[in-house]
Every structure is written in structure tokens, then in C-alpha cells.
Design a protein around this ligand. Structure first.
Ligand code: PFF
Length: 443
């Protein structure tokens, strides 16, 4: 007999899990380098605008749709619009969970490997940081071993379910995460010479902003907030009607943005104080930062703390990516959770193999990009933004904006959403997204 569907033990458990999904490599690895390559503080401001007009409304929408149906993303759209093809949004989400986790786990594995590298001295002062990074990511075996270990941890937790697995893991891991980042920020801003980095990060220069920056900000917001692929629908589906939506969504968005800002605050002052370039790109966390740590007093200790933070944040996000696919198999295909988790975990591990190897061990190109970059490109430019746009259109026009607002407001605690919310999801959010997507691609 099929066991009844689980639900979160408390509202806090849900907020921690969803914030755990949101706070991840997107905040620590991606946000600082996207800010760095887009000119700093001005980009941070447009990111905040995007979060307000696209991120928050979509967060409310996804939680509400999940809470409404208590189903996985495909099941949610099927239940709300039977006989119509809207379930394809959910199918795109399941695909996105599979695709994103495959390369996400590879990068998370680099993070764990780097944690150990801070301990064994390979990142000590004077090391060839670029060499260490490329040697690691281009080697055929080591990154795959860490990828396997990371996927095994993810599978073990998701296999235990919502209450005993995900809920319990985030209860312990999220406070740890918070303590680690505060520690890193204090270290960063108290370095002598930190002020130049703070200025780059905090005083805007709008001449650096282009249309492309808006597209980058939108891509960053979707990824960072875990939106556009049903992860939040899935987590929302384990809520009951008695649980609040508007302020929970506020907490999740707020915590995610706060941690991204703190990650920048931990990183930029240190990068500038020690005379490194802020525009390093994806290597920022793995090439520039270890060099920065090596020059700091007790640097290897702080380096270790940083990569521990990195790996824990990645793990709580990976749980939600896997849960999207697993919840679909459990709800719709009546598979047992254990079986679904192991099969999907194995499938994702296998897809991660070519992603990892394409970093240099073998030459594996798709449309002129390495397979790794192709998967990232697929999620950033297609799966998440298109998924998010279709979800908001569905909510505003098929499910109907007034019904969504009423449903979201049911049992709201701190505040309820006013009529403005309907205008937001019917006009402002979709139009802003369409303009950003069209113009961003054309220019
Ligand atoms: N939000 C995660 C991060 O910032 O690293 C990544 C992510 C998790 C994206 C879950 C999408 C998702 F559904």
C-alpha cells in the first residue's frame, strides 16, 4: 500500500528547506563573479530590482500552486488544467532538475576537494593556483570520485524523505551555514585595504550597465532563488493550507539575497585588499580566493571554512533539485521513494560524467561549447527563464490572478497581498521578463 504523502513538520522547516534550496553555489560561486564581471555595485542594484518585480511574485506563485495541489510540478499543472498541455512546464522542470544537478554536483565536488586541499597544504602561499585548479578539473578521475561522493550524500538524505531526510538535514545545516558566513564576512571587512573592495561593491557606477546586464541579472535571480523549474512548487506541495505563504516567500527571498550580499562582502574586500582582479569569472572562487586566503593570517583555516560553507550550501540546494525528479516518480509513477532516489541519483551521476570530463580530460563539444557549459547555458537561457515566464502566465491567466492571490492569502500571518499583486503577476512580471529575454538576446 502506498504511504500517505508527507508534509513539513512546521513552517520553519519549510522556510529552512526552501532557503536551503535557494542559498547555494548561485550565491557563493556565481553571484560574486557575475557582479565582478558586470562592474560591481550598479549590477547589484539591478539584481535587487529584478528580485522584487520577478523573484518575489514568482516565489509566491510557485509556493501557492504547490500548496494548492499537494503534487509534484507535472502533477500540479495537470491537476489545475486537465486536458491542456501546461504540464509541459512541469516536465521542463523535471528535466531541469536532472540537467542542473548533473553539473552542480560536479562543481560541488570541486568544493569538497578544495576543502581537503586547504588541509593538505596544496593551496599554501606560493602555490600555482591556476595550475592546481586546472590540474584538478581536467583530471579524469578525481573530480568524478568527488561527484560520486556528493551525489551519494544527496541521495542518502532525499531517500529518507521530507521529514526525516530533507527537513532534518536543513535544521542542522542552515544554522551552520549562517555562522560560517558571518565568520567569513568579519574576516573580509577587517582586512587592511578592504575599503577599495567595499567601494567597488557598494558605490554604483551606472556607466557599466548594459541590456546584457539585465539579462544576466534575471538569469542570476532565477538560478539563485531556485525559480522557474518547479523546485519551489515541489517544496510548497508539502505544505498544508494552514501554512502562511506571503511572509514565508518574503523570508526565503530575503535570506537568499542577504546571503548573496554577504558572500560578496566576504569576497570583494579580500580580493581588493590583496591586489587581485575582481573580474576573474568562474575561477574567482577556486583560483583567486585560495590565493587571497594564502596571504591572510590564518588563511588556510579561513580557506577551509570557506570551502566547508561552499559544500554545505551546495548540498542543501542539491536536495531540492533531486526532490523535483523524485517527487514526480513517487506521485505519478507510484515508484517507492528509495527506488526513485537511487535510480535518479545514478542517472544524474552518469550525466555528470561527460560534464566533468568536458572540462578538459576529453574534448566534448556541443554547439561549440564544452558539454559542461552547454548544460549551464541550457538552464540559464532556456529552461529556467522560459519555465518562469510560462508559470507566471499560467498563474495570471489560466489559474487566474485573483484566485492565486486569494489562495496565497489563505491563512497569511504577517501580511496579505493586496490587489497590486494581481497587476504584478498579470502585467509587470511577464512583460518585464519578455522584454529582458527579447532584448537581452538581440543585443
Ligand atoms: N538556488 C541554487 C543556488 O543558488 O545555488 C541552485 C538551484 C537549486 C537552482 C534548485 C534551481 C533549483 F531548482
Amino acid at each position: 500500500m502506498k504511504s500517505p504523502r508527507e508534509s513539513w513538520t512546521s513552517r520553519i522547516a519549510f522556510i529552512l528547506a526552501a532557503a536551503g534550496s535557494a542559498v547555494g553555489l548561485g550565491n557563493i560561486w556565481r553571484f560574486p563573479y557575475v557582479v565582478g564581471t558586470n562592474g560591481g555595485a550598479a549590477f547589484v542594484l539591478i539584481f535587487l530590482v529584478i528580485v522584487l518585480i520577478i523573484g518575489y511574485p514568482l516565489m509566491v506563485t510557485e509556493i501557492t500552486l504547490g500548496r494548492e495541489t499537494n503534487k509534484n510540478p507535472i502533477g500540479t499543472f495537470k491537476a489545475l488544467a486537465p486536458d491542456m498541455p501546461w504540464w509541459l512546464i512541469g516536465a521542463m522542470g523535471v528535466l531541469a532538475g536532472f540537467v542542473i544537478l548533473s553539473f552542480y554536483s560536479v562543481v560541488s565536488g570541486w568544493g569538497i576537494a578544495y576543502f581537503f586541499k586547504t588541509l593538505d597544504g596544496s593551496l599554501a602561499s606560493g602555490a600555482d593556483y591556476e595550475g592546481v585548479f586546472f590540474d584538478h578539473v581536467e583530471s579524469p578521475i578525481a573530480p568524478l570520485v568527488w561527484h560520486f561522493i556528493f551525489m551519494t550524500m544527496t541521495v542518502a538524505i532525499v531517500g529518507l524523505g521530507i521529514v526525516k531526510g530533507i527537513g532534518r538535514a536543513v535544521k542542522y545545516l542552515m544554522p551552520v551555514l549562517f555562522i560560517l558566513i558571518v565568520f567569513l564576512v568579519i574576516r573580509g571587512v577587517t582586512l587592511s585595504g578592504a575599503s577599495e573592495g567595499l567601494a567597488f561593491y557598494l558605490s554604483p557606477d551606472f556607466s557599466q550597465i548594459t541590456w546584457r546586464s539585465w539579462l544576466d541579472a534575471a538569469g542570476q535571480a532565477f538560478f539563485s532563488l531556485s525559480l522557474g523549474m518547479g523546485a519551489i512548487i515541489t517544496y510548497g506541495s508539502y505544505l498544508g493550507k494552514k501554512d502562511d505563504v506571503p511572509s514565508s516567500a518574503g523570508w526565503i527571498v530575503g535570506l537568499d539575497v542577504f546571503i548573496a550580499l554577504l558572500a560578496g562582502l566576504a569576497i570583494f574586500p579580500a580580493v581588493f585588499a590583496l591586489g587581485f582582479a575582481e573580474t576573474e569569472g568562474p575561477g574567482l572562487a577556486f583560483i583567486t580566493l585560495p590565493a587571497v586566503f594564502a596571504e591572510m593570517p590564518f588563511g588556510m583555516f579561513f580557506g577551509g571554512v570557506f570551502f566547508l560553507f561552499f559544500s554545505v550550501a551546495a548540498l542543501t540546494s542539491a536536495l531540492s533539485l533531486l526532490e523535483v525528479v523524485v517527487s514526480w516518480l513517487v506521485d505519478e509513477k507510484a515508484m517507492s521513494r528509495k527506488k526513485a532516489t537511487i535510480y535518479v541519483g545514478l542517472g544524474i551521476f552518469i550525466l555528470g560524467i561527460p560534464a566533468s570530463l568536458s572540462m578538459g580530460a576529453v574534448s566534448l563539444n556541443v554547439f561549440g561549447m564544452s558539454f559542461f557549459n552547454f548544460l549551464d547555458f541550457l538552464q540559464e537561457t532556456i529552461l529556467l527563464p522560459v519555465g518562469g515566464l510560462l508559470t507566471i502566465i499560467f498563474a495570471g491567466y489560466v489559474f487566474k490572478a485573483n484566485r492565486l492571490r486569494e489562495s496565497a492569502n489563505e491563512n497569511a500571518t504577517l501580511f496579505s497581498l493586496g490587489k497590486w499583486f494581481e497587476y504584478l503577476i498579470k502585467y509587470v512580471t511577464p512583460v518585464a521578463l519578455i522584454i529582458i529575454l527579447i532584448v537581452g538576446f538581440l543585443l
